[in-house]
Design a protein around this ligand. Structure first.
Ligand SMILES: Cc1ncc(COP(=O)(O)O)c(C=O)c1O
Length: 444
């Protein structure tokens, strides 16, 4: 059983912070559309100046990242280390959201006249961000929708086999379970170790599971239970050598990793940009490689599904909440101005430090590989003698740090998971480690 249930949280909007939030929102609604655009320009200008000043600075814990974290709207003192569930939008993204919803309420005509045409700007930005062509990008709602579009849309027959890893998210398992029940396909589970030790170990396990009936490998790129970043490039090669499609659930990939779909050679990739990219909930990415588009049926059909010659045929989804899509475009602008490589490097530096320090504590079992090629910003671990929920609650009460429990209660995957995004500092990680050590000293 997956454990979503979290800490007995403090009231997340109490006292001063609630007032501040309301103040920000009221301020926002009183601002003109023009002013909202100017506010964003000012944020980007300040980041550009920082970039010029700290060009040599790899990942300092001082001025650069502190200044960047001011562009987020956390309530006072909140230390957010659970991007893996839902991440925050930076200010420019919220500004854009407000701006376009404001246009929607003041002039609904624009919603059907002007908004749909602007959707392609976000698509083009998104495509460039992952090194795809705009013809290969579908703007969905989230990863679950993308995974369903692929599982549902491929023609598979009874007895055809789909390989899944043993650590898939329900959003990556159930689309195939539905297909199994409806069409009699066969799901084959490939076991992964905790932690996985090498690329070779993973590729060998998948290779051993391939049979003449294998048609698809469907695997998490960013494994939610363990924090593993699966070697998609190597698995794509294996899949293609065997005439198999490969689908990656990269729910956490956008905004955490410097994603390059051409380099990893994937056929289909689904992601949820509200986790690490800073986009609002309600918009997602499905990448569909040009060469495989004619092998996939659309799941939802309205005008255009049989006319479009590109990925748009998978996006005839009726009226959309376009402000969300424009805000997704803004989230990309925000990351672009910092730099994708710099972001990935910072995230991995923070996670690397956390893992190194945790591995010095004998009672800790790391579930995430130490190898930076096989890991990113998610770090999962368990502690002998300390219940995961106790640690989650203690860190929240003592330091206002938000992490979560993760894994299946009944097996060794059960533990906690920490997300280290760019607004986390090494000092925050030290506080977390202090909390772990404190609980170990006071074990009952
Ligand atoms: C690896 C993985 N896949 C899929 C999902 C489902 O994401 P969504 O609810 O955005 O569809 C999650 C959510 O946390 C996830 O971690």
């Amino acid at each position: 059983m997956d454990i979503e249930k979290q800490t007995k949280t403090k009231n997340s909007m109490d006292g001063v912070s609630r007032r501040e939030f309301v103040k920000y929102m009221l301020g926002g609604s009183a601002l003109s559309i023009y002013t909202l655009s100017k506010l964003n320009a000012a944020v980007y200008q300040s980041i550009t100046s920082l970039n010029q000043k700290y060009i040599q600075d790899e990942s300092p814990d001082g001025v650069y990242w502190d200044a960047l974290s001011k562009h987020f709207l956390f309530q006072d003192g909140l230390i957010m280390m659970n991007n893996g569930t839902v991440g925050p939008m930076p200010k420019p993204v919220l500004n854009t959201l407000i701006k376009y919803f404001k246009i929607q309420v003041t002039n609904p005509f624009d919603v059907y006249n002007y908004f749909p045409r602007r959707r392609d700007e976000a698509r083009t930005k998104l495509a460039k961000f992952i090194n795809a062509s705009p013809d290969e990008v579908v703007i969905t709602r989230n990863t679950t929708e993308g995974m369903n579009f692929v599982a549902n849309g491929l023609d598979l027959k009874e007895g055809d086999e789909v390989l899944l890893s043993s650590m898939e998210h329900p959003g990556g398992i159930h689309p195939w379970k539905l297909k199994e029940k409806r069409y009699g396909i066969k799901i084959v589970e490939v076991p992964l170790n905790l932690p996985s030790k090498s690329v070779e170990e993973i590729v060998t396990a998948f290779k051993a599971a391939i049979t003449p009936r294998t048609k698809v490998i469907s695997i998490s790129h960013t494994v939610y239970i363990s924090g593993l970043i699966a070697p998609i490039k190597e698995l794509s090669k294996l899949a293609h050598e065997n005439g198999i499609f490969i689908l990656a659930d990269s729910a956490h990939g956008l905004g955490m990793l410097n994603l390059n779909v051409k380099e990893i050679g994937i056929d289909f990739l689904a992601s949820s940009p509200y986790k690490w990219l800073g986009a609002p909930t309600g918009c997602g990415l499905l990448y569909i490689k040009k060469e495989v588009q004619d092998k996939l049926w659309p799941t939802i059909a309205s005008w255009g599904w049989d006319n479009y010659q590109d990925a748009k045929k998978f996006e005839t989804l009726g009226q959309r909440a376009d402000p969300l899509i424009f805000a997704l475009g803004e989230a990309i602008s925000f990351q672009n101005v910092i730099g994708k490589e710099r972001i990935e490097r910072r995230i991995k530096a923070l996670a690397g430090y956390l893992k190194r320090e945790l591995s010095r504590i004998p009672e800790v079992k790391l579930h995430t590989p130490q190898d930076p090629y096989l890991s990113g910003g998610l770090t999962a671990f368990s502690i002998k003698g300390i219940k995961p929920l106790r640690l989650v609650n203690y860190l929240r009460e003592k330091y206002n740090i938000v992490i979560r429990t993760i894994g299946r209660l009944e097996d060794k995957t059960y533990g906690v998971r920490v997300s280290t995004h760019i607004f986390v500092t090494f000092k925050h990680i030290d506080m977390l480690l202090e909390g772990v050590k404190h609980l170990l000293r006071h074990r009952t």
